[in-house]
Design a protein around this ligand. Structure first.
Ligand code: HEC
Length: 257
């Protein structure tokens, strides 16, 4: 009995002390259905392509994705020509000119994605002190994975809850650490248009960019699976040959013996 009273007052004290936490779901983010889930999951190519569009039009103005080259986009189904055109439309830092000034040149398929800032310090200076993290491995390194990314991108609260502290330059997000984040809400309904006609709601964009970020964290997974299957097929052929060979040898030995 005493124990219960104690636990009850502890709970009450905790709830009173942390009003901002009391009304926010801090546990596991809700699970979404993902095309790439499970052993047989494969990436939905249309979603990957829409996700790249979101990255390119929205996220890339603040976040780099240094580990990917434009040619890697073959993996989401872009044609050689589309990749060359895309790379060409980006201005990449070239060699230092004769006058000692930096130069720019159009990108090539083997260039890595152009970063919006020359380095993290420059990014932090522009972004109010915090550099936007490189997105190459974002989906792989965040413990919440795809479900968290989706929850986070759709988790802004405007206006923030009445009891939330007001911090200049920070935005209220249910799924950010401490509910405050230096990134303004990046997604807006209809801010981009999908060429395939899919309505570009915040939820749809969040789903597509998350799919793209999960793919981008390991763009060669599909190829590896292909190679793995090839190796297995090769070993199977070797095994059949070895058995046939063994039988032949034993047959010869027996007929001689
Ligand atoms: C206006 C610049 C800007 C844009 C556009 C932008 N971000 Fe950010 N992003 C930031 C900054 C700055 C941070 C670091 C904020 C912080 O730590 O307080 C950040 C952090 C993040 C984080 C890490 C959050 C965490 O708690 O670890 C994720 C995930 C993220 N951004 C995803 C995206 C995605 C996806 C897009 C495109 C849909 C995008 N961002 C567009 C500026 C931007």
């Amino acid at each position: 009995m005493r124990k219960h009273v104690f636990a009850g007052s502890l709970l009450a004290a905790f709830t009173l002390a942390t009003p901002a936490l009391a009304n926010t779901p801090d546990k596991a983010p809700p699970h979404q259905k993902w095309s790439f889930e499970g052993a047989t999951g494969t990436y939905d190519k249309a979603s990957l392509q829409r996700g790249f569009l979101v990255y390119d039009h929205v996220c890339a103005s603040c976040h780099g994705m240094r580990s990917l080259t434009y040619r890697d986009l073959e993996g989401i189904g872009l044609s050689d020509q589309a990749i060359t055109d895309l790379a060409h439309s980006k201005q990449i830092a070239g060699p230092v000119g004769i006058s000692g000034m930096p130069t720019m040149r159009p990108g090539l398929p083997d260039d890595h994605f152009r970063s919006p800032f020359p380095n993290d310090a420059a990014a932090a200076a522009v972004m109010g002190g915090v550099a936007p993290p490189d997105q190459s491995r974002l989906a792989a390194v965040h413990p919440g994975g795809a479900d968290w990314l989706y929850a986070f991108l759709t988790g802004y609260r405007m206006p923030p809850p009445a009891d939330a502290p007001i911090v200049p330059g920070k935005f209220y997000n249910n799924w950010a650490e401490g509910h405050m984040i230096g990134m303004p809400p990046p997604l807006m309904n209809g801010a981009i248009q999908y060429p395939d006609g899919t309505p570009a709601t915040v939820e749809q964009q969040a789903k597509d960019i998350t799919t793209f970020l999960v793919w981008a964290a390991d763009p060669h997974r599909n190829e590896r699976h292909h190679i793995g299957k090839g190796v297995l097929a090769y070993l199977a052929v070797l095994l059949v040959l070895a058995i046939a060979w063994k039988r032949k040898i034993w047959k010869n030995l027996k007929s001689h013996g």
